[in-house]
Design a protein around this ligand. Structure first.
Ligand SMILES: NC(=O)C1=CN([C@@H]2O[C@H](COP(=O)(O)OP(=O)(O)OC[C@H]3O[C@@H](n4cnc5c(N)ncnc54)[C@H](OP(=O)(O)O)[C@@H]3O)[C@@H](O)[C@H]2O)C=CC1
Ligand SMILES: CC(=O)C(=O)O
Ligand SMILES: [Mg+2]
Length: 753
């Protein structure tokens, strides 16, 4: 029953049972620990916002959850494609939609199942709930009742009322179709469209496509009785009649002959292989019935290798599902306190989605989906886990809402709004954004040393296309071209500058420089020639040393110790007492820097003081005022241990050096990070939780960083190499292309140097 996906029915039930029945719970967002909290949250304090709202209803958006709360409301009459299961049995789907709202757009949402099939009763119930919510998402209500319910509620309510199965589906279908037609080289005005399923989703899909240019006479709609033609009398209603065409076609079979596009929002297995084989060249098939499509992609491809196929499911490529729409449509609408979600907002959403799919795909998405995606037949629409959706789609929706006059509180600073959306979902985003803004200003020519690695190439393309500056890629022209093409970035070949020993004018200068450095270390001219012309790390470092680039990123293909050894031919990293690696750990909205994660194996107290200085420098570089803790397993001399002595002495060294930042130690990690534990040491010089942790050795740094990453899911940036005169950053071997871009941005901002 659970279909093609590898999940079993038992797993699906266990998922809904554990750890607690259902999928959502409600948490308080304010403190409720003391009597004072109680007095503020409840009586008497709560009276104040009540009276304020009574005097000015708009204040409900400031003092209550209204502005970020959406109700998902159903009566269970068309639960997915499972039919009329009733209100109670629809609850798992509605809870699921509420979770998706939260996960993808940070919209709080609650499911409400109404036990009625009467339009009037349904409308009356929802209307009465209006004050509670910023928006109403109607779900899985069958046609034609859904049309009456939605239009009456829209008329009666002053918040967005949106039937997801109609408009959410239509928007995603439109976005997918824009791109599918782009690939098949056809125009929406010309294509013959067959739509099967004349219900909520079907009617809305066809209406939106007609608004976008599809011609009425080219669109054939079918239902359980076959083609909806002018003059048909059985199984009709006014919404179907609007799409009836003058035609002799009577069955889906007839209609599919020569059709360019099939859109299915009907039921499992409604389409046969024979029908598909009769379609026009490069047919587009969106089999969107859930959970089982009208025809599976395997079946369709068996008879038509040239078909572009999409389904509503997560386990096939091209998921055309309203999950890509409703979270972001409501996010944008809520943020302008919209009165409604109108056609312009829907079209803006569809166009923004279509455009996003044509851009390069970040690595996080590839990891979530286990394969690299690039625009084409198997990737016509962004995937739900694409982290760009949250900051790309709602601004497009909000802008369209503002342009069409439904905004009660227009957004003044659109770029700031997009940044706040990114930060809302990802605590690392604001730090990364700060670096990114500075990098964009710096316009550094960034040397990407490992041009033979596809992750590096994608990072280089992203660096340049995002306007950070010029990307210089060290590699062989033909190899770079082939790898870019394989990564779906063939058009970037002309954009990137590929540099190598064979095409540089500077090889002789580089060799002379290198020979001078290495001639007394056992290297002859032949060795130097080989290093300079064949080793891309050395070549890249030589470019940087001669200012033929402004920053350098490497290390994605070599262990960092090895990369450092190669770079040492040109710069003195290991010998440089100031060279330190600092790693940023970001988790639950907090950031902690840790060092040394790269260079010093077993630092003494002098080295530890230097590491603290490096950490403080990076903290300031990231816009934080440093508070450094020397961490150990002992706190201020207890328990006594030889191994803790250097951690105890390091603050004394810093004091002698006259450090201009807060530092303290030695202490355990909880004393460093938890103010309640720290309160036991009132003499501590730290005025708040530490944000730079200096650890006793590289192994403890490595263990701590990896533990945070694996157990807590912390985001890691770095190690950031500091103290070296030139902006060099060494990515780690399992970096994603986004990590490599981040390292390039750090180099561009000279965070470590
Ligand atoms: N991928 C996605 O994002 C979404 C997919 N869907 C899917 O679309 C389907 C319909 O949902 P919805 O519009 O809400 O439901 P409705 O009940 O409103 O409409 C169903 C329509 O499908 C028609 N139909 C049912 N079975 C067949 C069949 N075998 N052949 C032809 N027509 C058929 C019905 O015909 P008649 O009028 O003659 O009864 C009716 O017109 C469901 O499978 C649902 O899961 C829906 C929303 C989003
Ligand atoms: C996806 C969805 O909303 C449906 O199938 O009903
Ligand atoms: Mg639905």
């Amino acid at each position: 029953m659970a279909g093609r996906s590898k999940i079993t029915d038992a797993e699906a039930l266990a998922y809904h049972l554990d750890p607690r029945p259902g999928k959502i719970e409600i948490n308080a967002s304010t403190a409720m620990a003391t009597q004072r909290d109680l007095s503020l949250a409840y009586s008497p304090g709560v009276a104040v916002p009540c009276e304020a709202i009574a005097a000015n209803p708009a204040l409900a958006y400031d003092y209550t959850t209204k502005g970020n709360l959406v109700a998902v409301i159903s009566n269970g009459t068309a639960v997915l494609g499972l039919g009329n299961l009733g209100a109670l049995a629809s609850k798992p789907v509605m809870e699921g939609k509420a979770v998706l709202f939260k996960r993808f757009a940070d919209v709080n949402s609650i499911d409400i199942e109404l036990d009625t099939e009467e339009v009037d009763a349904f409308v009356a119930a929802v209307k009465l709930m209006g004050p509670s919510f910023g928006g109403i998402n109607l779900e899985d209500i069958k046609a034609p009742e859904c049309f009456m319910i939605e239009s009456q509620l829209k008329e009666a309510m002053d918040i967005p009322v949106f039937h997801d199965d109609q408009h959410g589906t239509a928007v995603i279908c439109a976005a997918g179709l824009i791109n599918a037609l782009h690939i098949s080289g056809k125009k929406i005005e010309d294509v013959r469209i067959v739509l099967n399923g004349a219900g909520a989703a079907g009617i809305a899909c066809l209406e939106l496509l007609k608004t976008m240019g599809a011609r009425h006479e080219n669109c054939i709609m079918c239902d359980t009785k076959g083609v909806i033609y002018q003059g048909r009398t059985t199984g009709m209603n006014q919404w179907k009649s609007a799409h009836a065409v003058k035609t002799d076609l009577r069955t889906l079979d007839d209609a599919m002959k020569g059709a360019d596009v099939f859109l299915g929002v009907s039921a499992k297995g409604a389409v046969t292989q024979e029908m598909v084989s009769n379609m026009a060249e490069n047919p587009v098939i969106f089999a969107m019935a859930n959970p089982d499509p009208e025809i599976t992609p395997e079946e369709a491809h068996q008879v038509r290798a040239d078909a572009i196929v999409a389904t509503g499911r997560s386990d096939y490529p091209n998921q055309v599902n309203n999950v890509l729409g409703f979270p972001y449509l409501f996010r944008g609408a809520l943020d302008i306190h919209a009165r409604a979600i109108n056609d312009e907002m829907k079209i803006a959403c569809a166009e923004a989605l279509a455009e996003l799919a044509r851009e390069d795909v970040p690595d996080e998405v590839a990891v979530a989906y286990g394969r690299k995606l690039s625009f084409g037949r198997d990737y016509i629409i962004p995937t739900p886990f694409d982290p760009r959706l949250i900051h790309v789609i709602p601004p497009a929706v909000a802008k369209a809402g503002m342009d069409t006059g439904v905004a009660r509180r227009p957004i003044v600073d659109m770029p700031g709004y997009a940044d706040s959306l990114a930060a809302r979902m990802d605590p690392t985003a604001s730090i990364v954004q700060g670096i990114s803004a500075r990098a964009r200003q710096a316009q550094a020519r960034m040397i990407f040393a490992e041009g033979d690695d596809p992750r590096v190439l994608r990072a280089a393309v992203a660096y340049q296309r995002n306007g950070y500056g010029k990307a210089l890629v060290v590699g062989r022209d033909d190899d770079v071209r082939a790898k870019l093409e394989a990564a779906g970035l063939g058009d970037a070949t002309r954009e990137l500058e590929v540099v190598n020993a064979a095409n540089t004018r500077h090889l002789e200068i580089y060799k002379t420089f290198l020979y001078e450095r290495l001639q007394r270390q056992g290297y002859d001219q032949q060795d130097v020639h080989r290093l300079a012309s064949r080793d891309r790390h050395v070549f890249a470092a030589l470019m940087l040393a001669h200012e033929h680039g402004d920053g350098l990123v490497t290390g994605a293909t070599r262990k960092s110790a090895h990369a450092i050894r190669l770079l040492d031919h040109v710069f003195d990293i290991q010998k440089n007492p100031d060279a330190v690696g600092i790693t940023a750990l970001l988790h639950r909205g907090k950031i902690v820097l840790m060092g040394d994660t790269l260079v010093n194996e077993w630092p003494d107290e002098e080295d530890l003081a230097t590491i603290a200085e490096a950490g403080a420098r990076v903290a300031r570089g990231l816009g934080m005022e440093p508070r450094v803790a020397f961490v150990s397993f002992s706190t201020f001399g207890y328990p006594v241990s030889e191994r803790a002595t250097k951690m105890h002495l390091a603050p004394v060294v810093l004091e002698a050096r006259g450090a201009d930042f807060e530092y303290e130690g030695e202490m355990t990690v909880d004393v460093a990070l938890n103010p309640e534990v720290a309160a036991q040491y009132p003499f501590s010089r730290l005025t708040g939780p530490a944000n730079v942790l200096v650890v006793p050795a590289r192994h403890s740094a490595s263990i701590s960083v990896k533990l945070m990453q694996e157990m807590a899911g912390a985001t890691i940036i770095g190690p950031i190499l500091t103290g070296v005169d030139h902006p060099v950053q060494i990515a780690s071997i399992n970096s994603t292309s986004s990590d490599i871009v981040n390292m390039a941005l750090l180099a561009a901002c000279r965070i470590g140097s």
